[in-house]
Design a protein around this ligand. Structure first.
Ligand code: ZN
Ligand code: FE
Length: 242
């Protein structure tokens, strides 16, 4: 099976929209389009036409481009069944255990509530790739707007169970801020120190620092590494204070 072509489209202040292209079928999925125009342009530049939109949760910076992309391409919208009231014009409502496809590539839907109550992730097990929306970031996790530390802790256990080489496609460039907190949370973690040196250099050059990998997060993410619900809750509260 040919490898998926995955392209990062930076939009707004710090959002990443992901284009996923399958050459044999000619299909293109866009994950969490914040806006339409730059995403349509990024696809057109490569000669791709967006055929599907996959949303991870209802926040405007993840669905704001849906209508414009549907109007331009007729793309089908897949979104969390639990958030249908908040996401307009969904064609395919999905939840835990459902499967979605691009060409011959199959992703399974994981229910990962906490950032929002119906948040989902899309996991391509064979392709070793997962689109996590705002549930996990490089060295960070999403804020608990509609859920609990217990739920986020459970989400972290699911991500932790994936193979190290799994690429993690998150939806924001928050790595520098997350890394600064990771150094506070685990001042003796040499992997965090080494990663932060790389991240600072990359950001100084204007480069993005995602996707990340499950292996990198296992070594450096203070929320994935939190040893209990209480520790995750404490770390999340400390990070929220800035
Ligand atoms: Zn969000
Ligand atoms: Fe977001």
């Amino acid at each position: 099976m040919a490898e998926l072509d995955i392209v990062r489209v930076p939009v707004l202040n710090d959002n990443f929209v992901w284009l996923v292209h399958d050459a044999p079928s000619g299909e293109t999925v866009v994950v969490d389009p914040s806006v339409a125009e730059p995403v349509l342009a990024a696809a057109a530049q490569r000669g791709w036409t967006i055929s599907q939109i996959w949303n991870t949760h209802w926040h405007g910076d993840h669905i704001g481009g849906n209508a414009g992309i549907v109007a331009a391409t007729g793309a089908r919208v897949t979104a969390p069944a639990a958030e249908l009231a908040k996401i307009p014009a969904v064609d395919c409502a999905v939840g835990e255990g459902d499967r979605v496809r691009i060409g011959d590539h199959e992703a399974s839907v994981l229910s990962v509530p906490a950032h929002t109550a119906g948040h989902i992730a899309y996991h391509f097990a064979e392709d070793r790739a997962i689109f996590v929306g705002d549930t996990m970031f490089a060295m960070g996790c999403g804020r608990l707007f509609e859920g609990t530390p217990e739920q986020m802790y459970a989400n972290m256990r699911r991500f932790e169970a994936l193979p190290d080489e799994t690429r993690v496609y998150c939806a924001h460039e928050y790595t520098l801020s997350n890394g600064k907190y990771a150094l506070r949370a685990e001042p003796d973690n040499a992997a965090v120190k080494a990663r932060m040196a790389e991240v600072e250099a990359a950001r100084a050059r204007g480069e993005a620092t995602v996707p990340t990998t499950i292996g990198a997060e296992r070594a450096t993410n203070p929320f994935l590494r939190a040893g209990s619900v209480a520790e995750l809750a404490r770390r999340r509260a400390e990070k929220d204070k800035g």
